[in-house]
Ligand binder design. Structure first.
Ligand code: NAD
Ligand code: MG
Length: 331
């Protein structure tokens, strides 16, 4: 059916990590989940945080050993880099000399390796276990004896055992319970960034805003427009998540199905497809990566401006009012 390799619990050998220490750098979305799951899987974990980090007390209260990133990296045989991608290159320079031959540098996203922002020294294994899910779900699934699907890639196998180490790590955080798909740093990075721009984050919010504006500009109430274009999206996506597009088509009315089938490709027409192809090219040739790196170096001027415009969009205000009036999503 599929030509990709998927690894499960039986393909991973936990004993590989038995006399090793995993240093988890960062205690945010992914960091807290990896550290706690590994620790409960019996792996020796040390969390690396800045001394002024607000997460320090949280991680200690969670029963974990916490020290500075440099000290953690020194102790760690596997150093899992789970600070924000934009922070990773500077952090790597701080810890570079304590990551020594035979160690593993482990990532949850390939950006810095793929775009050359981190160039690890020779003799170090470079791997990726990237859960296809926010960290809080990686944690919740683990606690519920469930798994979280993930991606697995080896960028450099200096020791000859990078695959075994990475798969043991994936097992420790619960990903091999669900299955991890073998990929490359390039494929993970480029498809991830394309997906979040064109479909998941960028595409869908612009689709929602444009639909909302079209209704409101034509005189329909803001509340109706909000329900129709934003709130109901969750119900539709839940069906797609459960059983693909067909589950959704089978569940909506025939009128919705016929209207959707005839008009969907008019909205997302060839022009949109060409734009998506251009966006993908910008991801592949590094244009987007260079733009984002210089945006950060400049103190994020465009990011701040765009975020402010998003916060001030009418749909946010209506949403706040409506969510206060109705009790949904409280489970
Ligand atoms: P995050 O923003 O939730 O947390 C980052 C943590 O890093 C913070 O909690 C803090 O402990 C630490 N930190 C922040 N700034 C720092 C600084 N200047 N110096 C040192 N430490 C600092 O990060 P995240 O979303 O968990 O992302 C971590 C990695 O996981 C990234 O490579 C990301 O691409 C990847 N990833 C994230 C998700 C997700 O859903 N959040 C999913 C898959 C992969
Ligand atoms: Mg992603």
């Amino acid at each position: 059916m599929t030509d990709t390799t998927i690894y499960y619990d039986d393909d991973a050998d936990s004993t590989v990590l038995e006399d090793k220490t995993v240093a988890v750098l960062g205690y945010g979305s992914q960091g807290h989940a990896h550290a706690l799951n590994l620790s409960e899987s019996g792996v020796d974990v040390v969390v690396g945080l800045r001394e002024d980090s607000s997460s320090w007390d949280t991680a200690e209260a969670d029963g974990l050993e916490v020290t500075t990133p440099r000290e953690a990296a020194k102790q760690g045989d596997i150093v899992s880099v789970l600070v924000p991608d934009t922070v990773q290159p500077a952090l790597y320079e701080e810890i570079r000399d304590v990551i020594t031959e035979g160690d593993t540098l482990q990532f949850a996203h390939g950006f810095n390796i793929h775009y050359g922002q981190i160039e690890p020294d020779e003799g170090i294994d470079v791997t990726m276990i990237a859960p296809k899910s926010p960290g809080h779900l990686v944690r919740r699934n683990f606690v519920n004896d469930e798994g979280t699907p993930g991606l697995f890639a080896v960028y450099r196998d200096a020791t000859g055992s990078a695959t075994e180490t990475a798969l043991a790590y994936a097992k420790g955080i619960g990903c091999t319970r669900a299955g991890v798909i073998e990929t490359t740093f390039r494929e993970e990075t480029e498809s991830d960034i394309f997906g979040e721009q064109a479909v998941l984050c960028g595409g869908v919010t612009s689709l929602v805003k444009t639909g909302y504006e079209t209704l409101v500009d034509a005189g329909y109430s803001r509340e109706m427009a909000y329900f129709e274009c934003l709130n109901e999206l969750k119900l539709i996506v839940d069906l797609m998540y459960e059983g693909g597009n067909m589950e959704m088509w089978n569940s909506v009315s025939d009128t919705a199905e016929y209207g959707g089938l005839t008009r969907g490709d008019e909205v997302i027409d060839d022009h949109v497809r060409e734009t998506m192809e251009e966006i993908l090219e910008g991801v592949q040739d590094g244009t987007f990566a260079r733009e984002w790196i210089s945006e950060n170096q400049a103190g994020r001027p465009s990011y701040k401006r765009l975020r402010e415009a998003e916060e001030n969009h009418d749909i946010e205000e209506v949403g706040k009012d409506l969510r206060a009036l109705f009790a949904w999503g409280e489970e």
